[in-house]
Design a protein around this ligand. Structure first.
Ligand code: NDP
Length: 385
């Protein structure tokens, strides 16, 4: 029996994780589930899994959660501090699937326990890469990559040959706008941006995929997870999303991981690791897929990728600024306040006008994050005016 906690249990990754866990009730015991405010979904999942605790980050949603779970043994709590405390509860395996830097404190709290942490919440690692990896080294926690690309790299990296890696190639579907001109992208609506051709995901990561900021965040994520140099990291557009990433060795061998574009594959890998577990999806039918296409990424039509590459190379506070500005700009785009191309423009502006020193503690990272959010928020207001 593995005890598990799911942070962000009501989201796309959280729901896929619950699906796998509920198919094997004899193998998993749910300690805690958290959400922001989706009380109906959280309470339903807590009842089904008999979770010991259910928590909403938005404290105003706590009374509704208390009502929804009245008469059960599930303890309820509310507020960001309660989410972080819950992440520190004793669980063998924690899924970190909160979206955005809001997940940073809870992920750090889980890492402090020195157990297994499955990481989907890439924004936390992008913002606090050095601080988080230092905590992993200090506590002996096992960080299991859930992002499909990083999970693929994790599977392709030969532990004995880490110093024989020449390059790691992250594949990218190219998102829904891979064939649109810059002029067409000016008029993209939020509904068009969240309609990803291959993956079903939450709204924020769907917009990041459309702008290719997602791939940029993933470059930074890969740097920290696998201790790679920026010049060892490449992006390759592969529209079928069948190859999830590749590792190239000095002898010219390329190892790739293939699988259906369903997050339950990498989640199952992290859930069962170092074992393997069955998933309910049909096996990949390569004959039916027929062909796999590859092309170079276009940094001109997708400036977010170039901005992320610059942050990756500069390090220090740059990735945290990039991420915070992007979170603010994506939220404004989804709210209909700014246009699609203004996301990257706001990130660029924020990066140009903010240059704090490299943050070396969690509080310092959160300070950089808050500073970048203020600047990006002002830029949103200026664009909206
Ligand atoms: P969703 O938007 O679907 O879900 C986000 C989850 O986080 C929900 O449970 C939400 O609760 C919770 N949440 C939102 N805001 C807060 C907050 N302020 N405090 C605490 N909890 C909060 O996101 P995804 O599942 O798509 O993505 C989650 C993470 O995983 C992201 O970092 C993403 O980049 C990464 N990821 C996602 C993939 C995917 O296929 N979806 C693939 C690879 C990585 P509520 O429902 O109540 O709002």
């Amino acid at each position: 029996m593995k005890t598990v906690t799911i942070l962000g249990a009501t989201g796309s990754v959280g729901t896929s994780t619950l699906d796998l866990i509920e198919r094997s009730p004899e193998q998993f015991e749910v300690i805690a589930l958290t959400a922001n405010c989706d009380v109906a979904k959280l309470a339903d999942a807590a009842r089904r899994t008999r979770a010991k605790r259910a928590v909403v980050a938005d404290e105003t949603c706590l009374p509704a959660l208390r009502d929804a779970l009245a008469g059960t043994d599930t303890e309820v709590a509310g507020g960001p501090a309660a989410v972080a405390e819950t992440a520190a509860m004793d669980a063998d395996w924690t899924m970190a699937a909160i979206v955005g830097c809001a997940g940073l404190k809870p992920v750090m709290a889980a890492i402090e326990q020195g157990r297994a942490v499955a990481l989907a919440n890439k924004e936390a690692l992008v913002s606090a890469g050095d601080v988080m990896m230092a905590a992993v080294a200090r506590t002996g926690a096992t960080l299991l990559p859930v992002d499909s690309e990083h999970n693929a790299i994790f599977q392709c990296l030969e532990p004995a040959n880490r110093d024989r890696v020449r390059r790691v190639i992250l594949t990218a579907s190219g998102g829904p706008f891979r064939e649109r001109s810059l002029d067409e992208m000016r008029r993209i609506t939020p509904a068009q941006a969240v309609a990803h051709p291959n993956w079903s995901m939450g709204a924020k990561i769907s917009v990041d995929s459309a702008s290719m900021m997602n791939k940029g965040l993933e470059l930074i994520e890969a740097r920290h997870l696998f201790a790679l140099r920026p010049d060892q990291l490449d992006v390759l557009v592969h529209r079928q999303s069948v190859i999830h990433s590749l590792v190239e060795y000095v002898d010219g061998s390329l190892l790739a991981q293939l699988g259906p574009p369903d997050m339950r594959v990498p989640i199952a890998h992290a859930l069962a690791w170092p074992d393997r577990m069955a998933t309910p999806m049909a096996p990949l039918d390569l004959a039916a897929i027929g062909r796999l296409d590859f092309e170079a990424a276009d940094m001109v039509r997708f400036p977010a990728l170039a901005l992320a590459r610059a942050a990756l190379e500069a390090g220090g506070a740059r990735p945290a600024i990039l991420n915070a500005a992007n979170e603010v700009a994506v939220a404004a785009f989804l709210a209909g306040t700014i246009g699609f191309l203004e996301i990257a423009a706001i990130v660029a502006d924020t990066m140009d006008s903010y240059d704090p020193g490299a943050p070396d503690t969690l509080d310092a990272v959160l300070e950089v994050d808050a500073g970048a959010r203020r600047i990006a928020g002002d830029r949103v207001l200026a664009k909206a005016a």
